[in-house]
Design a protein around this ligand. Sequence first.
Ligand code: GTP
Length: 212
Amino acid sequence: MSLEEYTSFEHVEAKHEVVFIGRSNVGKSTLMRQLIGLKVRVGKRPGVTQRPNYYQFGDLLVTDMPGYGYMKGVDYRKQHKLRDLIVKYFEDNAPRIVCAVQVVDAKSFSEVVDRWDGRGEVPIDLELFAFLRDLNIPVIVAVNKMDNIYDREKNMVLDDIALRLGFSPPWSGWMDRIAPISAKKGDVDHLRKLLKDKLRSIKRPDLASCFS
Ligand SMILES: Nc1nc2c(ncn2[C@@H]2O[C@H](COP(=O)(O)OP(=O)(O)OP(=O)(O)O)[C@@H](O)[C@H]2O)c(=O)[nH]1
């Protein structure tokens, strides 16, 4: 069946779910491999993940969503369809989603947001962030590829991102929602801790071992 014929993504039974979401090529699959240690497919070009990848750990489902928004080399209609399917997935599964990890690119996030703003359009990352919030899904923003940012600029970049998400700087006041990471370098400890905290908050610390 072609993607155009899908009315929703496959449904996998689970009590609780953590979903990884973000634009194409931000490093979701690399991050998942770091966090759950599976051989998650990592793409050489954007747009490789066009269906969710699901990983089941007892009562917990961990889902790697396809890229949200523009995908280089992917037909426009298909991109649109994928976006609709992702939106529907969140609407259908919101009650069981303990947390969504919205992965963004440290270097390009603010620039892309400002470019869209300048055109009078709602930036796609902010649209996604607001949509998840409206569904009452707790969101952790994982700011990935921090290794591309000079040390002296890190706080400034993170403050800029916090501001655009609607959090007053300094970003360090929002460390329960903003996690700077470098998935490629394996520097994901803060995010790992936040995910474990989320599972403890629903009284399922046993599920936290999935992120060990
Ligand atoms: N510099 C740097 N590059 C990274 C990091 N994490 C991922 N990458 C690179 O970013 C590219 C995309 O990584 P993926 O993990 O395939 O990204 P994705 O978001 O799953 O991509 P889609 O399948 O298109 O949704 C790859 O070339 C990775 O090596 C990071 O922390 N730092």
